[in-house]
Design a protein around this ligand. Sequence first.
Ligand code: ASP
Ligand code: MG
Length: 450
Amino acid sequence: MIVMKFGGSSLANEARIRHVAELVKPELPRKPVLVVSALGDTTDHLLEAAVTALETGIVSIEGITALHKHTIQELNIDVPKIMPLLAELQILLVGISLVKELTGKTKDYLVSFGERLAARIVAAYCQSAGIEATALDAWEGGFVSDSHFTAAELVPESWDLIPAKILPLIDAGILPVLTGFIAQDRQGAITTLGRGGSDLSATMIAAACKAEEVQIWKDVDGILTADPRIVPEAWPVEAVTYEEAAELAYFGAQVLHPRAMQPCMRTKTPVWIKNSYNPQARGTQIVARLEKKRPVLGITSRNQITLVDIVSTRMLGQPGFLAELFADFAKYGISVDMVATSEVSVSLTLDAAYDLDLLKKDLSRIADVEIKAGKAIVTIIGDVDKSSEILQQAFGVCAALGIPVQMVSHGASKVNISFIVNDTQSVEVVQGLHKHFFGAPILEGRTTCI
Ligand code: ASP
Ligand code: MG
């Protein structure tokens, strides 16, 4: 069997849904399982509706209702099951407007309607196109998670529950169409796996059911060497390893859910990133190991980063100083990204979204603290064995541009080299690095070896 996952942009309207069925048909002999996201930007619209209900007391699902009803009408199908869902959604929003409370638990219940509507519509359309299909909510497909609402993790039992639910359908020649992104905790409350989580749903099914491969259908030609909005000549890489894909996902490439590689990494199931708007394009293959690597694979950046510089002579040879320091970050729920230390100083980076006043006050008791906003992390994903050359060349590029590098972090075994620049300069740095490392597309290069 194989798993085919379609994201919101691949399901944005009736024409895209027809196209999905066309992509599925030739794969039927390989026994596909479909995983779907919410249609278009429905997840965002649901969250907006919740904020409106919370802040103004106005409950409006007209836009969401219109999109789904119009799609059904244009597809010329009958999906009676969506009416109770829309009614339940309306009641939930009324509840939010009355209670004036929007917890993570409520948010997850709310956004789940997007995927649940989508799965029913896609299954009904496949059925009308002559494919025997059935819609399943994630929990009917064995997805059980912890209760960490808005960012839940699947529990270990899911590894057995998922194949137990899905494989009998496959054996009966039925196409299961599952909701991505959502799950249920052990108490039966609806959870989500974090934004973009349907990638993880797809890789989890594939790994747990020992599928031959996963196809993740997006609206780009694969994983690109850089963000095309910054580097228009960025080109899709042929193949990456799971680790590289995870790094690229985390550091801004935004092609994949950051945790999506974990299940397939465990089972070595190959993953393909394909473009539903351009299915002829080869796409990017993600595998366990690659022979013959290019030294640099991709360049990403993240803006709105804050750099915190902490200097204290107390740090010199004092056990427990760093523990004390990081305990303060933990106390305020602040997640740290990059860290660099010397004998008397620690520099670290965090997302600009945090309020640092209290933290600064606490830390000032043990050290001098300087907070510098307006920074960007530039990350080069590359071959760690070539790191000296990569660093030398990258700093050469920055020096030639006259841009000072303010902090560097480079793990011993990891495939990423990250450094900090002012965020006004990050575009120039990424473009300069891309030109240097990828001057002209080299299309041979990476051969795959699974
Ligand atoms: N619909 C959800 C989101 O927009 C999940 C997904 O697309 O994977 O985040
Ligand atoms: Mg989406």
